[in-house]
Design a protein around this ligand. Structure first.
Ligand code: ISL
Length: 570
């Protein structure tokens, strides 16, 4: 309907530029490579491109460590290349959203070098979070850090700077110092940069760990979990005391009254449904939607992300269902299975073996895209790309994985067990190059790729799938088309069925405005599943399914392994 924001019926496609398409044979993806592959995205039917960072960066964290917010890293091209990409995207009726990384900068950003080298009372000092060593402790020695917080990338969250005689805070790598959002000069500089990109024509921002920007000013020690060397500071920086105030100010200063229709999505590790209702309530004018981490934390074991445990379908349904219910009346959901930080969807939530990979990829897509919210497709997910084989720790590139391996092994963990955790959950699984065809390096580059292409590009690639109407690609295309043509997909009320069933993912959508109802059935298992349908669905039409529809639905129906279908009745 006219009053509803455009992004409620939109689908977003995430591009991780380093691994998308390389046009100059340096083995690293670039902006010109994206321009050359825009037909793929138009065919898929996506509405918005989210571009992971392409700004100048030392690439300590592959561009999430920014040294110049208003430029383009030469590895990816120039600002002129960017303007050409933006024009090409707009010409195709798509929008482009940038990645806003303002919880921290690179330690090579001029703001930080001035803050560090200007001394403890220099004019830029309070642009970052500096603190003296803990009282009575020898600076620079373990335990002398201002508090006991650990970094997301292993080790302490503080780095000693000999030159100025203080520590600086870094929730991520030591080359990613946290900005001090308590300082209004920092906030105004960020807003000015955001307006600069909007003036250049971009259509919004994905905001990196934006719910971490407000810290408890006391920076208190965190609880030290059993077996951990560091304290858990998250109660003091996840959705901190001023986070809503800062996002409301950002909205007023940057987005309010803007003539173009924009999109903002906040990446929010640790956010709860209740907090998301506040962040995404249109009346509060903070952000349009958030990325929750609840469903991508369910398979974390007691040792955390790299200590995975089997995922129960009932836990997954409870989590996604909780978010559907919680944001039904106020706010809006984003919907995702994967991104550049998560393992590949079909490997994690489906079955990437030869028997079931194709069908399970389509089943997962069907389930996600029929939920209420804005779906995000991560590059290669539309092809059913899988996790990659990593023979040894030397095959990994990601600082999060390499640091975890080094610290865990140094702490006495079994290297093979650590490696198994990296293979299952490491971010590099999602960062192997997009598989365009069966040629060497999958058509990603004519040079040597920065990270090896998955050998299974011979069986899984865009060229083959474009030609096969039953491919994962065309299934995603049909799901996206259904969202664009069937209002019930966007607006229908969500109702989970059989919440306690460990194989069946089933739910209905009811669009009160049109009276249309949808029924989604998915067998999330490798075994046949016989289901009894709710009343009145016999013989209804099937707008989309991942196996040929062999006749009207009977009341009692057997779903084959990973079979998924959508029924519609009006
Ligand atoms: O998934 C994670 C939590 O276990 C981490 O891999 C990830 O760091 C976290 O999701 C935050 O991600 C964002 O900020 C990081 C950057 O490394 C990620 O790529 C980005 O998506 C720091 O900028």
């Amino acid at each position: 309907t006219a009053s509803e924001p455009w992004w409620k019926s939109a689908v977003v496609y995430q591009i991780y530029p380093r691994s998308f398409a390389d046009s100059d044979a340096d083995g690293i993806g670039d902006l010109q490579g994206i321009i050359e592959r825009l037909d793929h995205l138009s065919r898929l039917g996506v509405d918005v491109l989210w571009l992971s960072p392409v700004y100048p960066s030392p690439h300590d964290d592959n561009g999430y460590d920014i040294s110049d917010y208003c430029g383009i890293d030469p590895l990816y091209g120039t600002l002129e290349d960017f303007d050409r990409l933006l024009a090409a995207v707009h010409e195709r009726g798509m929008k482009l959203v940038m990645d806003l990384v303002v919880n921290h900068t690179s330690d090579e950003h001029p703001w930080f070098t001035a803050s560090r080298d200007g001394g403890a009372d220099g004019p830029m000092r309070d642009w970052y979070v500096w603190r003296p060593a803990r009282a009575g402790m020898e600076p620079g020695t373990p335990g002398a850090e201002p508090n006991n917080w650990g970094s997301f990338f292993s080790g302490p969250a503080w780095e000693w700077d000999e030159g100025s005689g203080e520590y600086y805070l870094h929730l991520f790598s030591r080359k990613q110092p946290d900005l001090n959002w308590e300082n209004p000069k920092v906030r105004q500089a960020v807003y000015a940069m955001m307006r600069w990109w909007l003036d250049r024509g971009v259509d919004g921002f994905r905001m990196d760990v934006v719910n971490l920007i407000s810290k408890d000013p006391a920076l208190p020690d965190g609880h030290v979990p059993e077996g951990s060397r560091y304290g858990d500071g998250s109660p003091y920086y996840v959705c901190g005391p001023r986070v809503h105030e800062f996002l409301a100010e950002m909205h007023r200063e940057v987005f309010a009254g803007h003539p173009r229709r924009l999109l903002t999505v906040g990446e929010m590790p640790g956010v709860t449904v209740d907090e998301a209702r506040l962040f995404t309530d249109p009346a509060r004018a903070e952000v349009d939607m958030v990325f929750t981490f609840e469903h991508v934390g369910l398979d974390h074991g007691p040792g955390g992300k790299f200590d995975p445990r089997p995922l129960r379908l009932t836990d997954l349904k409870a989590s996604l269902g909780r978010w559907q219910t919680g944001l039904a009346e106020v706010g809006w959901n984003s919907l995702y299975w994967s991104n550049h930080d998560q393992p590949r969807a079909v490997s994690r939530f489906g079955d990437d073996g030869p028997a079931h990979r194709d069908r399970s990829a389509k089943a997962l897509a069907t389930v996600l895209h029929l939920h209420r919210g804005t779906p995000y497709v991560y590059q290669g997910e539309e092809l059913g790309m899988t996790n990659a084989p990593f023979a040894s720790v030397d095959d990994f590139r990601d600082i999060e994985s390499l640091n975890h391996h080094a610290h865990a092994v140094a702490d006495g963990a079994d290297p093979e067990r650590v490696l198994a955790g990296l293979r299952a959950m490491g971010r590099d699984n999602a960062r192997t190059p997009v598989q365009w065809d069966a040629s060497p390096h999958a058509g990603f580059t004519t040079g040597t790729p920065w990270i090896p292409v998955n050998p299974n590009h011979l069986e899984i690639n865009a060229e083959d799938q474009l030609a096969d109407p039953d491919s994962v690609f065309h299934h995603y295309r049909r799901l996206i088309d259904l969202r664009h043509t069937e209002p019930a997909v966007t607006h229908g009320d969500f109702h989970m069925l059989h919440p306690d069933h460990e194989q069946l993912y089933a739910f209905t959508r009811h669009d009160t405005a049109s009276g249309t109802e949808l029924l989604v059935l998915a067998n999330i298992s490798g075994a046949d599943l016989t289901v009894d349908l709710p009343d009145g669905w016999e013989g209804t039409e099937v707008p989309i399914a991942n196996v040929p529809v062999t006749g009207p639905l009977a009341r009692r129906y057997t779903l084959s392994p990973w079979e998924a279908r959508v029924h519609r009745r009006r």
